[in-house]
Every structure is written in structure tokens, then in C-alpha cells.
Design a protein around this ligand. Sequence first.
Ligand code: COA
Length: 163
Amino acid sequence: MSQELRIRTARAEDDAELAALDHRTWSTLHAVMPEPEPPLPPFFCERHAVEDCLVAEVAGRPVGYLRLGAPTPLAANAHVLQIQGLVVDDDARGRGVGRALIRAALAEARRRGARRLTLRVLGHNTPARRLYESEGFAVEGVLPEEFLLAGEYVDDVFMGQRL
Ligand SMILES: CC(C)(COP(=O)(O)OP(=O)(O)OC[C@H]1O[C@@H](n2cnc3c(N)ncnc32)[C@H](O)[C@@H]1OP(=O)(O)O)[C@@H](O)C(=O)NCCC(=O)NCCS
């Protein structure tokens, strides 16, 4: 990246920019929710807190984000953290932003004392799968043909790593 990349915790003021980023990058390569229609829903909500979101910023502009969350609300599951969203803006891809977000998420999960970090990725999402594999995630399970997206059945792939 010619300009410096910074990873920081999100702030409430990021809401509109991250919602817009989500909207313009929507694709059936990674999204299982239908394409959002304006007016866009708030990015941060009860399920996705501000402090659980890492923002990648270049020259003061958000170019990507990663959301961490609990896979379930159960106390018995509290040692596991999950990546529940990772997006890099189209014009910022292929320059190490995604990798920097994953490394920051691993560091944050360790800082919080998590034992494992997991995620779900669509079987046809080759860029994301390569990135996760190269950062130490292994496939731990596959739900075959779990989603019907744009007329194609797509696997839901579970990946994880011990921290
Ligand atoms: C997946 C995504 C986050 C990667 O972000 P990025 O900033 O472009 O990734 P990086 O530049 O850090 O690349 C890291 C690695 O990812 C893999 N990768 C990235 N783009 C790739 C592509 N088009 N094809 C194959 N592998 C790719 C490579 O292994 C790459 O390592 P390398 O540069 O040493 O080859 C980005 O493509 C994206 O936002 N996609 C849409 C949303 C998405 O799929 N999110 C994941 C949901 S589970």
C-alpha cells in the first residue's frame, strides 16, 4: 500500500461508512443475505457491537472491516470467538488489507483470552478461503449445498484454529 494502512477498533461514527461499504461490495460470492435496499439498516446493532469491529483505514478512510462475535450466547461456548464478517473495498483488494485484518483479529482474540477462533465461508469463495488457510485456519466441517445463491447450491464451510 502506498499510503499507510492502520487497523483500529471501530467507533460509532463509522456506522454510515461501513453500512455503505457493505452495500457496495455485496455479492453472492460471500453474502447469504439478500442484497440490501436503501435505506440501509444500521451497521452496528445489538448483535454486532461497535467494540467487536476492527476497521482498516488508509489515509483516514475505512477500506475494510472485520467483525468478531460469539458463535452462541452460551456460557459453555464462551471460549470460542468467531469472525462474523470480513470485507475489503473493491479498490483496496489484493494489497494486504484482508491479511492485516485477520492478523489483528487473531491478536484481539488472544488478548480476550479466547481458546479458538472460527469462521464460516462459502465453498465457492476462493479468495477468502486462500486467505484463511494461509493464516492458519483449517477446514473443520462442511455443510454440503447449504445455500441456494443465484441459482447455484453452495457449501457452507466451517474453519477454525486453536489460539
Ligand atoms: C477475501 C477478501 C477479504 C481478501 O481481502 P484482500 O485485502 O484482497 O486480501 P489480501 O490482499 O490481504 O490477500 C491475502 C491473501 O488472500 C488470497 N487472495 C486474495 N485475493 C485473491 C484472489 N482474487 N484469488 C485468490 N486468492 C486471493 C491470497 O492467498 C492472498 O495472499 P497473496 O497476496 O500472498 O497471494 C476480499 O477479497 C473481500 O472483501 N472479498 C469479499 C468479501 C468476502 O469474501 N469476505 C469473506 C467472507 S467469509
